[in-house]
Write a protein that binds this ligand. Structure first.
Ligand code: ADP
Ligand code: ADP
Ligand code: MG
Length: 648
C-alpha cells in the first residue's frame, strides 16, 4: 500500500480523499492556490504546498509544478480528484514517467475515452450499444446537416471534447440547424479549444443512468450498480440516486455487462463511470439504453454508490492503484436500501442560477448521523469567484426511496446557510416534486417546472415578525424608550407604543406597523393581525443585517439606508477609520481623497445580497487614505478610508 499521497485538487473532493487516506494511514499532501491558502483541504492535510495565483491555469492546472512538488515532498502517488487534471492523459503519463503512481486508469484508457466520437466508435466495435448518430471526422456544415436529416430530428449536436454540458445544442427541426451548429462550435472552441462536433439522435423521454465500474491491474472488472442522474439543469446533474427507479434485474444485468465490456475494451483500471442515455418512455428495457460517454475518474456523485453498497470507493482506488486486486468480485457485491445526493451550490435559482460569492457567515448542517455532508468549506470560509461554487453535497440513505427522499428534504430544510445565495429551497422543492416522487420523470423535469421550482418562497408572518424584532433590537429598544421608538411618528398610549417601521426585506423596501406593549413586540401582518416573533426560529445578526432561518430558507432583513445616517453608518473608530460593513461590491464612492466632509455626508455605498448599504461620515473631517473604488469586491471589515479631524 502506498504511504504518501498528493491530492491535486481542492474543495470537497480533496477533503473527502484526505479523510479516507488518513483512515488508511496514508500521509496526505495538499496543494493550493493563493485564494485557498486557508482552505479546509489545506487545514486537513498533513502537508500543503502553494501552487500559484488563484486562476486554475496558474494553480490547479499547472501539471509541471504539481509534479515537482510531489517529487520534492516524497509523494508516492497522485490523486487527481475530478475536474482539473483528472482526465488529462498527459498528466497521468508524466506522473508515471516521474516514478509515481497515478490514482486513475492507464493514460491509454483516458485517451481512448477522451473524445466522444472516438470513444463511440470504439464502443461500437466492442459491441456496446451507442446512440445512433454521426461521429465522423468530416466537419463540413452541409454534410453535418444532411446527417442530422438522415438521423431524424430532434437531434443533439455535441462537442466531441465536451464535458459539463458545454458545447451541446438540441435541434428540433432543420430550420434551426445552422444556427445551433454555429453556437455549439463557438462554445466548444472557447471551452475546449476543439470545435469538432458529433450529431446524435435525441432520445425521447430521456433518463440518464450510469454504471459505476472498477477494474484492477489483474484484468478484473466489476460494476457497483447504477446511479440515476436524470434530474438535470442545462445537461448538468442536480440530484442523483441509486438504485434507479424502475430498474429490473434483467436491465441491470444488461447495462452492467455493457459497462464492464466498455471498460475491458480500453484496458480500464481504477474507478470509472459509463454513462448511458435511456429511453424512459415505456419503462426500462434491455434494448433501451445507449452508451453516451465514459468518465475516467471518480464521479461527483460517487457517495450515492458508497451508501447503497457500503464500500469506500476512494479506498478501492488507493488499493487498486497500489497493485492490489479488487477488494470484492461481482458476486460478493450487493445493494442495500436507497441513497440520494443533492448538490448545494452558492447560486441564485430565482435569478437564472447566477453563481454567488461571499463569506459563509452561517453554515450549519443537521446534526444527524444518517446524513452525510461532503463539503470543502466551513462557516466563515469564502466562496470565491475562481472555482466551482459548490458548497456541499448532502447525501442520505433510507430503507426505501420514499424514506430517502423524505430524509433528504428534512436534511435540506434543517440546514442554515447565509452569506451567499444558495439553492437549498430549490433542491427541497425538487425532492418533494410529485412526479419525481411518483418515479415519473426524465431529464426535462426541471425545465418543465422551472417557474414553480425557482419561485422565491414568500416569508411567513412569523418570520417577518422575528426579523423586525431583531432589527429593532439592533438599536437597543429593550425598554422601548430610545432607539427607533424615539422617532417622531412613534406614539404612546397606556404604555403601548406603536410606529411604522420601514426596512429592507430580501432587498425590497417594505413597511410594517410595529407595536411594543408589556408582552413585548408584535408586528402587524397584511391581514391586520398582530404577529409575535417565533422564538423557535434561528436569527443571526451580521453587522446591521439580520437573517432569519426557516426550513432551510434564509430571509434577509436590513435597516433602510437612511437609518444608517442616524447611526453614523459603517464601523468607525476613534481614529476616524471607516471600514466596509459587509462583504460585497462597491457601487458608489461619493468622496475623493482630501475632500472635506461633514458628519452625515454619504461616503460610499456597498451592494451585498442585492441590497445597497450607504455608509456615511460619523464626524466632520477630511478624507484620507481612500482605499476603495467603484466595482471593487470588498470584504467585511476592509479598510475604506479615514476621516481625519480637520484641525490636525
Ligand atoms: P459529473 O458532474 O458527472 O462528475 P462533469 O463532467 O459534469 O461530471 O464534471 C465533474 C465536475 O468536475 C464538475 O461538477 C465540475 O465542478 C468539475 N470540473 C469539470 N471540469 C472542470 C475544469 N476544467 N476545472 C475545474 N473543475 C472542473
Ligand atoms: P457531458 O460530457 O457534458 O457530460 P454527455 O454526453 O454526458 O455530456 O451528456 C450530458 C447530458 O445531456 C446527459 O446526461 C443527458 O441528460 C443529455 N443527453 C446527452 N445525449 C443525449 C441524447 N442522445 N438524447 C437525450 N439526451 C441526451
Ligand atoms: Mg456526461
Amino acid at each position: 500500500m502506498i504511504k504518501s499521497l498528493l491530492i491535486a485538487n481542492r474543495g470537497e473532493i480533496a477533503c473527502r480523499i484526505i479523510r479516507t487516506a488518513r483512515r488508511m494511514g496514508v500521509k496526505t499532501i495538499a496543494v493550493y492556490s493563493e485564494a485557498d491558502a486557508n482552505a479546509l483541504h489545506v487545514r486537513m492535510a498533513d502537508e500543503a504546498y502553494l501552487l500559484g495565483p488563484a486562476p486554475a491555469s496558474d494553480s490547479y492546472l499547472r501539471a509541471g509544478r504539481i509534479l515537482k512538488i510531489a517529487k520534492e515532498a516524497g509523494a508516492e502517488a497522485i490523486h487527481p480528484g475530478y475536474g482539473f487534471l483528472s482526465e488529462n492523459a498527459d498528466f497521468a503519463e508524466l506522473t508515471q514517467d516521474a516514478g509515481m503512481i497515478f490514482v486513475g486508469p492507464p493514460p491509454s484508457a483516458i485517451r481512448a475515452m477522451g473524445l466522444k466520437d472516438k470513444a463511440k466508435e470504439l464502443m461500437s466495435e466492442a459491441g456496446v450499444p451507442v446512440v445512433p448518430g454521426y461521429h465522423g471526422s468530416n466537419q463540413n456544415a452541409e454534410l453535418l446537416k444532411r446527417k442530422a436529416y438522415e438521423i431524424g430530428y430532434p437531434v443533439l449536436i455535441k462537442a466531441v471534447a465536451g464535458g459539463g454540458g458545454k458545447g451541446m445544442r438540441l435541434v428540433e427541426k432543420a430550420l434551426q440547424f445552422d444556427e445551433a451548429l454555429t453556437a455549439a462550435k463557438r462554445e466548444a472552441k472557447a471551452a475546449f479549444g476543439n470545435d469538432d462536433v458529433l450529431i446524435e439522435k435525441f432520445i425521447d423521454s430521456p433518463r440518464h443512468i450510469e454504471m459505476q465500474i472498477f477494474g484492477d491491474a489483474k484484468g478484473n472488472v466489476v460494476h457497483l450498480f447504477e446511479r440515476d442522474c436524470s434530474l438535470q439543469r442545462r445537461h448538468q446533474k442536480v440530484i442523483e440516486e441509486a438504485p434507479a427507479p424502475g430498474m429490473t434485474a434483467a436491465v441491470r444485468k444488461a447495462m452492467g455487462k455493457a459497462a464492464c465490456d466498455a471498460a475491458k475494451a480500453v484496458g480500464y483500471q481504477g474507478a470509472g463511470t459509463v454513462e448511458f442515455i435511456v429511453d424512459g418512455s415505456q419503462g426500462l428495457r434491455e434494448d433501451g439504453f445507449w452508451f453516451m460517454e465514459m468518465n475516467t475518474r471518480l464521479q461527483v456523485e460517487h457517495p450515492v454508490t458508497e451508501m447503497v453498497t457500503g464500500r469506500d470507493l476512494v479506498e478501492w482506488q488507493l488499493r487498486v492503484a497500489s497493485g492490489e486486486k479488487l477488494p470484492l468480485m461481482q458476486d460478493a457485491l450487493s445493494l442495500s436500501g436507497h441513497a440520494v445526493e443533492a448538490r448545494v451550490y452558492a447560486e441564485d435559482p430565482s435569478n437564472g442560477f447566477l453563481p454567488s460569492t461571499g463569506r459563509l457567515i452561517a453554515l450549519g448542517w443537521p446534526d444527524d448521523a444518517a446524513v452525510r455532508i461532503d463539503s470543502g468549506v466551513e462557516e466563515g470560509d469564502v466562496i470565491s469567484p475562481h472555482y466551482d461554487p459548490m458548497i456541499a453535497k448532502v447525501i442520505v440513505h433510507g430503507e426505501t426511496r420514499r424514506e430517502a427522499m423524505t430524509a433528504l428534504e428534512r436534511a435540506l430544510k434543517g440546514s442554515t446557510l447565509a452569506g451567499t445565495s444558495n439553492n437549498i429551497a430549490f433542491l427541497a422543492s425538487l425532492v418533494a416534486d410529485r412526479e419525481f416522487l411518483a418515479e415519473n420523470f426524465d431529464t426535462g423535469l426541471i425545465d418543465r417546472n422551472i417557474e414553480a421550482l425557482t419561485a422565491r418562497p414568500v416569508p411567513s408572518d412569523s418570520v417577518i415578525a422575528s426579523g423586525v424584532a431583531a432589527l429593532m433590537a439592533l438599536d437597543e429598544p429593550a425598554d422601548a424608550k430610545g432607539g427607533p421608538w424615539a422617532a417622531k411618528d412613534a406614539f404612546q398610549v397606556h404604555g403601548t407604543r406603536e410606529m411604522d417601521m420601514g426596512f429592507s426585506l430580501d432587498g425590497e423596501t417594505v413597511s410594517r406597523r410595529v407595536r411594543f406593549d408589556r408582552n413585548g413586540l408584535s408586528v402587524m401582518d397584511e391581514d391586520d393581525q398582530w404577529q409575535r416573533p417565533d422564538t423557535r426560529l434561528r436569527v443571526l445578526k451580521a453587522g446591521r443585517v439580520v437573517y432569519v432561518f426557516d426550513e432551510g430558507v434564509s430571509t434577509v432583513f436590513a435597516p433602510l439606508a437612511h437609518r444608517d445616517v442616524e447611526d453614523g453608518g459603517g464601523d468607525s473608530s476613534a481614529d476616524g477609520s471607516i471600514r466596509v460593513p459587509m462583504h460585497g461590491r462597491i457601487i458608489a464612492v461619493t468622496v475623493s481623497e482630501g475632500d472635506v466632509v461633514e458628519k452625515g455626508d454619504m461616503l460610499f455605498s456597498v451592494e451585498a445580497m442585492k441590497m445597497e448599504h450607504a455608509v456615511i461620515a460619523p464626524k466632520d473631517g477630511v478624507v484620507q487614505g481612500l482605499a476603495i473604488a467603484v466595482d471593487q469586491q470588498v470584504g467585511d471589515g476592509d479598510s475604506a478610508m479615514r476621516i481625519a479631524s480637520s484641525d490636525t
